[in-house]
Design a protein around this ligand. Sequence first.
Ligand code: ADP
Length: 307
Amino acid sequence: MGSAPYVIEGITHPEPDDGRAEERLLIPLVGQGILVGLLVADNPGSGNPVSPQRTRLLHSLAGLASVAIERARVDKLRGTLISSVSHELRAPLASIRAYNELVMGGDVGEVNDEQKLFLGRVERACDRLERLIQDLMNLSKLRTGDVSIKKAPADLANVIRGVLDTMHPKAANAGVTLNFHEEAKLPMTMTDQGRLEQVLTNLVDNAIKFNRAGGKVEILAERNEAGASVIHVRDNGTGVSKTDLPRVFERFFRADRSRSRDAGGSGLGLAIVKHLARAHGGSITVESEQMKGSTFTVELPDCESCQ
Ligand code: ADP
C-alpha cells in the first residue's frame, strides 16, 4: 500500500442524508517499511469528502506521526534490551565479587602485597560496574514510567541537611567545603523523599567531583513567586564549556571523560536526575562557566499543583 492516502468510497450509513460523508480517507503510517498505524479522516459535519488541500496537509502530518511512533517503538525496544542485559549482568558480577573476596581473604592461599593491590582493583572495578548496572536499570525504569513516585509532605531543609551529612566525608577527602543557606523558611513540599535525596546526592557528588582542593559547594534553598521550592547546587569547580553545556543531561555524556571515568562516573547521573525532577512535576536547569563553576537549579512545584 505504501504511505499514499487512500479513499474508501460508497460508505453507507444507517440513516441516509444525516450529513455524514460517504467517503473516508485513510493514510497508512509507515515507519521503516512497517505499518505502525493508520490516520483516518472524514467530514462528519458537512458530509463532503476531505478536500485535496486537507488531504495534503494530513499526509504531511501522517509522515510526522509515523516518525514519532517509530522513534517511540525503537526507544521502547532499547529500554527493554537495556533492562534485560542489566539484569543478566548482575549474577556473573556477584560471582566475580564473591570469588575475589575469597581470594583476597586468604581462603585459598596466602596473598602477597602485589596480589592484594590487583585484587583491590578488581573489587573497585566490580563497584563501578555495579553502579553502572544500577544506573542503567534506574534510567530504563524512569524512561518507561515504571518508577512510582510516592509523594508525601517533606521538610526540604531537613532533606538537604541529611544529604550534606552523608556527603561530608567525601567533601572533606577532596578538600571541598559544603555549605547550606536557607534563604527563607521553606514550606512543606510534596515530594518523594528518597528520590529527592537521590537527585541532590547526585548534584552534590558532581559538585565535589568536578572541583579542586580548596573549592566550595553551596546549596541555596528558596521559594519563588509561584510558590515553587527552588534548590540551587552551586560550585566553583571546573565548570562546563558552552559547547558541552546543552548536552550534560544526555545519557552517557561526559564532558571531562578522564576525570569522570577516574571518579567512577557513567554519564547517566544527570539523565536520571532530569527524569526524577520531571517525575515530580518539576524541572532542572544549569548555568555554568568554564573554570568558574556551575549552578544546577531544581524547581519543585508547590503542594497544590503537585498532588
Ligand atoms: P558522571 O558524573 O557519571 O560523569 P553525570 O551525568 O552526572 O555523569 O554528568 C555528566 C557530565 O556533566 C559529567 O561527566 C561532567 O562532564 C559534567 N558535569 C556534571 N556536573 C558537573 C559540575 N558540577 N561541574 C562540572 N561538570 C559537571
